[in-house]
Design a protein around this ligand. Structure first.
Ligand code: NAX
Length: 331
């Protein structure tokens, strides 16, 4: 039998946490033969609720779940973890300035970076979900210099999956037959969902999405805005933000990173930019990546037309501004 993998979920008493921890305990994230020990962190006002989640995990009698740590102490939570899914953060409340929200999250991610750096297992893989996800991941990277930068990522897989879902609905095809959409940039409304290299499996082989949809006005307009604004549409409908889809996508992100992407398929991940596609280096930016042996690599050589170039640059600009704002909160 395999040794258990320790998985940290911060903000585990929240809505995404409640959807995510049972998925991890069922093997959705790391596979049906991989035992796990869950480490759950939340803040003292949520301690009782967190304990309730722990009680339910016990009650569910998950065969793969070999232990649960539920704590409000970041050091205890981070000790020995192999995977860290950072869902906890400070939400934007009505009337709050962007800078105030950023400042709260910068301080959370700065201190949790130190706890991970000192206490996590060597080669711990980190996924930041909490918003502003790209910039929180960047702060975490800056304050955990001994964690390799390749190990620090943020979630744009939900946006990626939303784009697959929209194409599948439009063409009335199985979502599993659609692949290779790309989310470029920030997990925000400036993200660019790109279908220029996406394909659909048909009885006559793989066909480009553009050829099948045959409606560039829709693909360059409503499709993009629908994906960009899907989070707001969910809030409007549910009066709560996306939770099950966010949790499921977080599992997809880690599973593909650890176990690899299928041959010929790429996924979107927010990763530390190396200047690929002329995206400024030093940002956590969402790129198309393939994964193998536990490492991601940015897909190279894709053609970028002028429409796309403009969108790649716009979302990079926003990330540079967020980075500057985050740094101004440090001083
Ligand atoms: P909730 O407010 O339900 O849960 C957040 C939890 O984090 C709460 O239990 C809170 O007590 C806890 N928390 C706050 N500060 C903490 C700290 N310093 N340490 C540990 N825990 C702390 O929010 P939920 O709906 O679960 O969303 C969580 C985060 O995910 C939010 O920042 C949200 O914006 C972000 N999202 C990101 C998505 C993505 O694709 N990257 C999509 C979904 C989601 O909107």
């Amino acid at each position: 039998a395999k040794d258990p993998v320790r998985v940290l979920v911060t903000g585990a008493a929240g809505q995404i946490g409640y959807a995510l921890v049972p998925m991890i305990a069922r093997g959705v994230m790391l596979g049906p033969d991989q035992p796990v020990i869950l480490h759950m962190l939340d803040i003292p006002p949520a301690a009782e609720a967190l304990n309730g989640v722990k009680m339910e995990l016990v009650d569910a009698a998950f065969p793969l779940l070999k232990g649960v740590v539920a704590t409000t102490d970041a050091v205890e939570a981070c000790t020995g973890v192999n995977i860290a899914v950072m869902v906890g953060g400070f939400p934007r409340k009505e009337g709050m300035e962007r800078k105030d929200v950023m400042s709260k999250n910068v301080s959370i991610y700065k201190s949790q970076a130190s706890a991970l750096e000192k206490h996590a297992a060597a080669n711990c893989k980190v996924l930041v979900v909490a918003n502003p996800a790209n910039t929180n991941a960047l702060i975490l990277k800056e304050f955990a210099p001994s964690i390799p930068e390749k190990n620090i990522t943020c979630l744009t897989r939900l946006d990626h999956n939303r784009a697959l879902g929209q194409i599948s609905e439009r063409l009335n095809v199985q979502v599993s037959d659609v692949k290779n959409v790309i989310i470029w940039g920030n997990h925000s409304s400036t993200q660019y969902p790109d279908v220029n290299h996406a394909t659909v499996k048909t009885s006559a082989g793989e066909k480009p999405v553009r050829e099948l949809v045959c409606d560039d006005a829709w693909l360059n307009g409503e499709f993009i805005t629908t994906v960009q604004q899907r989070g707001a549409a969910i809030i409007k409908a549910r009066k709560l933000s996306s939770a099950l889809s966010a949790a499921s996508s977080a599992c997809d992100h880690i599973r593909d990173w650890v176990l690899g992407t299928p041959e010929g398929t790429w996924v979107s991940m927010g990763v530390y930019s190396d200047g690929s596609y002329n995206v400024p280096s030093g940002l956590i930016y969402s790129f198309p990546v393939t994964c193998r042996n536990g490492e991601w690599a940015i897909v190279q050589g894709l053609s970028i037309d002028e429409f796309s170039r403009n969108k790649l640059d716009k979302t990079a600009e926003e990330l540079s501004e967020e980075k500057a704002l985050a740094y101004s909160c440090l001083s």
